[in-house]
Write a protein that binds this ligand. Structure first.
Ligand code: ASP
Length: 342
């Protein structure tokens, strides 16, 4: 008999690890070591499951890059001892964390699957059980002694997505995430259907490289009709700001006011990296399609194409933290590093 596949669960916090205290109606974190008490089905899975928990589990709204580094370090430390990793966290910032981890973990040959739930594990109607059990099953999938999934993913409500393509779209539906610009990597129904053509493949002989420096001198500015020059000025002049996600309308469009173009141009000249990302959840920036974006192209905004804002802001943190030179910054940003761009 072959060796059992080993899966490490990393619990960081969030609703999935909570139980409802029915008399008072409040939610409280439970001792994660007692997971099997809440999900006895786990003992039926054909793999060995172990877990590590953050000392102080947190709501994902409290997460920041230091927590991403903590997750990356746990995976690095246990990389050789486990065949797959399932990260449990709150869904609110899950697309940010999992996008960040997709950059931080270079040359992955094993799955890292983020999941969580909308209802606590101890709730009668919880979605936690399905999300957790299927995430573990997917993380444990092997073929010729190799992991089938070799990238950072997010599993929620019967779908496995490439993490850096996702956005949280609903605060109450079980289907809380969407990936409008890239198909699901797997779907769970009566059978687990893996869309193999879409999976990233690990390059042979490339060892895992873990990048732990994320530079937070970044910002997001979402356009809205009527935004003032003062507001933009305030953002462009934030001390030490190095890069900005400029969330534009539709296919990358912005007002044609002369002051806007000249202020952006000035900021770029001073060294700020500005990326044009659409504020639509699906579709792509196409600079030059309309005259309202042609000017942005001319002043050399970086083309965000069909990247999500979550994947863009974390990519900026990663590239700045990696010390990418000013000269090659645009080219590297516009290159798909972990499947985040089409
Ligand atoms: N507020 C919670 C969190 O993101 C929601 C959840 O667990 O999904 O931590």
């Amino acid at each position: 008999m072959g060796k059992k596949v080993r899966i490490l669960l990393i619990y960081t916090g969030g609703t999935i690890g909570m139980v409802k205290d029915y008399p008072s109606g409040t939610l409280r974190a439970f001792d994660f070591k007692k997971l099997v008490t809440y999900i006895p089905e786990l003992s039926q899975l054909d793999c060995k499951i172990e877990s590590i928990s953050f000392k102080q589990p947190i709501d994902s709204s409290d997460m920041n890059p230091s927590h991403w580094v903590e997750i990356a370090s746990i995976i690095e430390k246990h990389y050789d001892s486990y065949d797959g990793f399932v990260v449990l966290q709150g869904s609110d910032t899950m697309s940010y964390s999992s996008s960040a981890l997709s950059y931080m973990l270079e040359n992955l040959s094993k799955p890292v699957i983020f999941t969580g739930s909308q209802l606590p594990i101890g709730d009668l109607r919880t979605d936690a059980k399905e999300n957790l059990i299927t995430s573990i099953q997917i993380a444990a999938l092997q073929e010729n002694s190799q992991a089938v999934i070799q990238e950072v993913c997010l599993y929620f409500e019967y779908k496995l997505y490439r993490a850096n393509r996702t956005t949280k779209i609903n605060a109450e539906h079980f289907q809380a995430f969407s990936s409008l610009n890239f198909p699901a990597l797997a779907e769970s129904g009566v059978h687990l259907k893996i869309n193999r053509n879409y999976l990233l493949k690990h390059k042979k002989n490339q060892k895992l490289a873990v990048h732990k420096t994320m530079d937070t001198n970044v910002a997001i500015f979402k356009l809205f009709p009527g935004f003032s020059r003062e507001l933009l000025h305030g953002i462009l002049n934030i001390p030490n700001l190095k890069a900005l996600v400029f969330e534009t309308y539709g296919a990358g469009n912005a007002p044609t006011d002369e002051w806007l173009l000249s202020d952006l141009k000035e900021a770029i000249k001073k060294g700020l990296h500005i990326v044009n990302v659409t504020q639509c959840s699906g579709g792509s920036v196409i600079m030059g399609r309309y005259s309202t974006s042609e000017e942005l192209r001319k002043i050399q905004l970086i083309d965000g194409s069909d990247i999500t804002s979550e994947a863009a802001i974390t990519k900026l943190m990663y590239l700045l933290g990696s010390g990418v030179s000013h000269k090659s910054f645009r080219t590297i940003f516009e290159t798909s590093l972990r499947g985040e761009l089409s």
